[in-house]
Write a protein that binds this ligand. Structure first.
Ligand SMILES: Cc1cc2nc3c(=O)[nH]c(=O)nc-3n(C[C@H](O)[C@H](O)[C@H](O)COP(=O)(O)OP(=O)(O)OC[C@H]3O[C@@H](n4cnc5c(N)ncnc54)[C@H](O)[C@@H]3O)c2cc1C
Length: 402
């Protein structure tokens, strides 16, 4: 077992870290205080710099203009750029676009690729992904209300979506919708590309999220589809493959998220350690001299390292054997990394005292915005249940109803 990082990859990781620290950290305060649009123009310039420096689209194959990193390599890259909430967007590997790119590469028709994939890869447009619905449980995704009915050469779509991340300003939405209510549950739904300027695609509002509505990519839309008519050519083929395609995006997507969270952990950890040595609690003693704080630091280091190794191992398994073989690992890392992040950010925030709950550091923003990590891409409980059931089946007779 060799844990070393090849020198060429390490050099790329170092360059990414330096870029994030020097170019993106200074944009964080205006982003926190004034919103995404306040930094949108500067981010356009930073994205051009990333392209010029050969770090654009780390997760995408070279033939499509990316760096062609394996999932394991991209995991390491994600942890570097995840240190800033603006990191993934600037390198064009942000959710939900990274997932949309992957499914368009795999399932898009030549026309769909020309119209949606190429400008996405270039960073000229953004997309969004509409699966979750306000009136149905996202935890049971086969049960949904949105329908697409064939009419001539078109589909007519009706339904409601929410938590459509980045819907504000997106050029299109990948809408998950029932196309055959009589099919077995996992074959009822399809994914259809809906340009957001289609009549009947209505963004009703952005959802207030922990006190902020956000804007642009950093927001979540509530969408109504009201007799929204799109050509059948907009289907990601084949019809009924909506869940299969969703699974394709979720396996690698969870590695992306988990390693981004490891990046959040590392940033919070670094801030906690710096604060502990810089902050005096008496004229001759720093905060770092207190055992409470030493305990937080040792526990955080151990938990981050454990989570990091689990995520990298899951990425390695997907690279070597495919997402199906890593099913349990993906569930385990999803809730482990999310909860590790919550604990580490909480300790770092506590170590900062009153400063921790201001927006003068990224800690309060991490605390507020990343709480959702335990909810999206599968809630903690659903991941725990599914992995526990698979484990228990190995101990039980097939007839036992678990
Ligand atoms: C910040 C954020 C971004 C998101 N981005 C997107 C996006 O871009 N596109 C998109 O389509 N969706 C998105 N989502 C939606 C997300 O995927 C759903 O919120 C998630 O799947 C949970 O569904 P729900 O909210 O309907 O909760 P519910 O399904 O109603 O579940 C509520 C709670 O019930 C518990 N629970 C559920 N099932 C079980 C069970 N079987 N056993 C025990 N407990 C259970 C869990 O604790 C769960 O948290 C986003 C959500 C957030 C918060």
């Amino acid at each position: 077992m060799d844990f070393s990082i090849p020198s060429k990859l390490q050099a790329l990781l170092d360059r990414a870290r330096t870029f994030v620290e020097t170019e993106l950290y200074p944009l964080e305060q205006p982003f926190f205080e004034s919103g995404f649009n306040a930094v949108a123009e500067e981010l356009r310039e930073k994205r051009a710099k990333v392209k010029a420096q050969g770090m654009w689209l780390p997760q995408i194959a070279k033939e499509h203009g990316g760096l062609g990193l394996s999932l394991l390599e991209h995991g390491l890259f994600s942890a570097e750029i995840g240190r800033s909430p603006l990191g993934h967007y600037t390198f064009n590997c942000q959710a939900p676009d990274s997932g949309n790119m992957e499914i368009l590469i795999q399932y898009g028709s030549p026309e769909q690729k020309a119209k949606y994939l190429e400008p996405l890869l270039a960073g000229d447009i953004r997309g969004c992904f509409g699966m979750t619905e306000p009136d149905y449980p996202g935890s049971n995704p086969v049960w949904m209300g949105t329908t697409a009915v064939k009419d001539g050469d078109d589909y007519v779509i009706n339904g409601k979506k929410w938590w459509t991340t980045g819907g504000d300003g997106a050029a299109f939405c990948v809408v998950m919708t029932i196309t055959d209510p009589t099919a077995p549950p996992h074959f009822r739904a399809s994914q259809i590309l809906v340009p957001t300027d289609t009549p009947g695609f209505i963004i009703e509002t952005t959802t207030p999220f922990m006190g902020h509505r956000g804007e642009g990519w950093a927001s979540h839309s509530e969408v109504r589809l009201d007799n929204c008519r799109v050509p059948q050519a907009n289907l990601l083929r084949p019809e009924g493959a909506g869940f299969l395609i969703a699974q394709e995006r979720l396996g690698p997507g969870r590695i992306h998220h988990c390693m981004r969270w490891i990046g959040v952990c590392e940033r919070a950890f670094e801030l906690m350690c710096k604060r502990a040595v810089d902050r005096k609690i008496s004229p001759d003693r720093p905060l770092a001299s207190r055992q409470f704080v030493q305990g937080w630091i040792a526990e955080s280091r151990a938990e981050i390292d454990a989570a990091r190794l689990m995520v990298l191992h899951a990425a390695w398994t997907i690279d070597q054997l495919g997402a199906k073989a890593a099913r349990d690992q993906i569930s385990l890392i999803k809730f482990t990394a999310a909860n590790t992040m919550m604990r580490v950010v909480d300790r770092a925030l506590q170590a900062h005292g009153g400063l921790g709950v201001t927006d003068y550091t990224p800690l309060a923003v991490f605390y507020r915005m990343e709480r959702a990590a335990r909810i999206y891409d599968g809630t903690d409980e659903v991941h725990k249940l599914s992995v526990a059931k698979r484990i228990l089946r190995g101990y039980a007779d097939k007839s036992l109803n678990i």
